[in-house]
Design a binder for this molecule. Structure first.
Ligand code: PLP
Length: 235
């Protein structure tokens, strides 16, 4: 077994155990393999071990990688999720190349993605990024502003609003890790109670996936535990 396939199995086991502990069905927790900074070879290795959904933060890096992966194994049906900060000048390429965007943080960006989504592709699946820890430095919408943005996105023709995403402040204490995730679950339930259709809570990374699953995550975004420590600095 390669290191990546071994790591992937360990992450799947962890998801399974965390779901069981929380009395949740493990198949309701999907694994997004975050391949940012890694190459097409690592993506192909994970794909050979059965992984289908990959998360990327940088448009140029991702699109180049997708082309190499496609050329190497054209029959592989992979799902690509954009999870990084969104800039206006990148929306066209993102709308053309990705299946999901997790990091919507303003209406203008959502509108551009909807306008630029090619008509022959299915609607782009999107999540609203919520600034749940209230940090000034982090991107994301404040919880109070989420309902209005959700309603605006739900009306956009080429987007499909799927849910909410968060990157809480790093925290090592598992009990404290749960607090922002529980707040996200509460916000998610409130929106659904208001009639907004959502089925996705994208939260939890290598160091806090257990707490996120306990709180109701349906997608965990995991990089380091699968591919190892990223070898160069993020841009
Ligand atoms: C890099 C990244 C991840 C993965 O983080 P790890 O700690 O390596 O698992 C998840 N989500 C987002 C938005 C990221 O940028």
């Amino acid at each position: 077994m390669s290191a990546i396939s071994h790591n992937l199995q360990a992450v799947r086991d962890k998801i399974y155990a965390a779901a069981n502990t929380a009395a949740r069905a493990p198949e309701n927790v999907n694994l997004l393999a975050v391949s940012k900074t890694w190459g097409a070879d690592e993506v192909l290795e994970a794909a050979r071990a059965g992984q289908r959904a990959f998360g990327e933060n940088y448009e140029q890096e991702a699109v180049a990688k997708m082309a190499v992966v496609k050329a190497a194994q054209p029959e592989l049906a992979l799902e690509w999720h954009f999870i990084g900060p969104l800039q206006s000048n990148k929306t066209r390429s993102i709308a053309e190349h990705f299946d999901w965007v997790h990091s919507i943080d303003r209406e203008k960006i959502a509108r551009r993605l909807s306008d630029q989504r090619p008509a022959e592709l299915p609607s782009l699946n999107v999540c609203i990024q919520v600034n749940i820890s209230g940090e000034d430095s982090k991107s994301g919408v404040s919880p109070a502003d989420v309902p209005a943005l959700a309603r605006a996105i739900a009306a956009m023709p080429h987007l499909k609003l799927r849910g909410l995403m968060a990157i809480p402040e790093p925290e090592t204490n598992p009990e404290k890790q749960r607090i922002p995730f529980a707040q996200m679950k509460q916000l998610f339930d409130q929106l659904r109670a208001q009639g907004i259709e959502l089925d996705t809570l994208s939260m939890g990374m290598t160091d806090d996936m257990g707490a996120a699953i306990a709180a109701g995550a349906t997608i965990v975004r995991v990089g380091t535990a699968i591919f190892g420590q990223r070898q160069y600095h993020e841009k």
